[in-house]
Design a protein around this ligand. Structure first.
Ligand code: E4P
Length: 225
């Protein structure tokens, strides 16, 4: 089971990496745009050095045809390292490129997945992750947990090397439902992740314990005893 950060913001990533058990970072063109007119490769190199070599970095291509997608994947990997995960939308042209790239050993994350059939086609084409767009699916009245469940079951049955990477979250319930439905990984924006620890009941319980302790030990901590 894996947790990734869905962000291209260096400050947010740095803060979140200190707190959460993170195994990778996913980025998309919208997040890159949110950073302003940055040096694209320079910025991604900074993300790589921040997360270290052991975490996965997922970078999305923009090409609309097989040749451009393949060219972009090659360029990204030549600059950011062979192990970089290339996120490719599951369209007809995307699938053509995915099949070529996986046969040549590229790590591919199939992205913009809204349906089970997209996931099946990506899985059969040898991708490492199938990025299912949970909240965007709900917005279109698509049963996201069902799609995750179906794909996860197929992956088990086929002992495939592919994992469902649930993405596009707006709240904590969507994350926990994804894992419970069989997602092997979730990628989450830092601000959505922090909602999980932000509820007042947690802080109240911590404060109550501290008050009980202070009544007896009057401000001393365990270190002072
Ligand atoms: C991650 O790979 C996706 O691009 C991302 O989760 C999409 O999230 P959004 O629907 O919040 O833009």
């Amino acid at each position: 089971m894996r947790l990734m950060l869905d962000s291209a913001n260096l400050k947010d990533l740095e803060r979140a990496l200190e707190i959460y058990p993170i195994s990778g970072v996913t980025t998309n063109p919208q997040q890159i745009q949110g950073e302003g007119c940055i040096d694209f490769f320079g910025h991604l190199k900074s993300i790589r050095s921040l997360i270290g070599d052991d975490r996965s970095l997922h970078v999305q291509v923009l090409g609309r045809d097989k040749r451009t997608i393949i060219g972009e994947a090659e360029k990204i990997c030549s600059i950011l390292g062979e192990g970089t995960y290339i996120s490719v939308p599951v369209t007809e042209e995307g699938l053509k490129a995915i099949r070529d790239l996986t046969q040549r050993g590229f790590n591919i994350t199939a992205t913009t997945v809204f349906s089970t059939i997209q996931g099946i086609l990506a899985m059969l084409s040898g991708v490492k992750y199938v990025a299912v767009f949970y909240n965007r699916m709900l917005n279109n009245d698509i049963d996201a947990p069902r799609v995750i469940r179906e794909l996860a079951n197929m992956l088990w049955t086929n002992t495939s090397n592919t994992q469902v990477l649930a993405a596009s979250f707006k709240n904590v319930t969507e994350i926990t439902t994804s894992y419970a439905s069989g997602a092997g990984a979730c990628t989450v924006r830092p601000e959505v992740l922090s909602m999980g620890l932000g509820m007042p009941s947690i802080q109240k319980a911590v404060s109550d314990f501290r008050r009980d302790w202070d009544e007896v030990y009057q401000g001393k901590t365990i270190l002072d005893l």
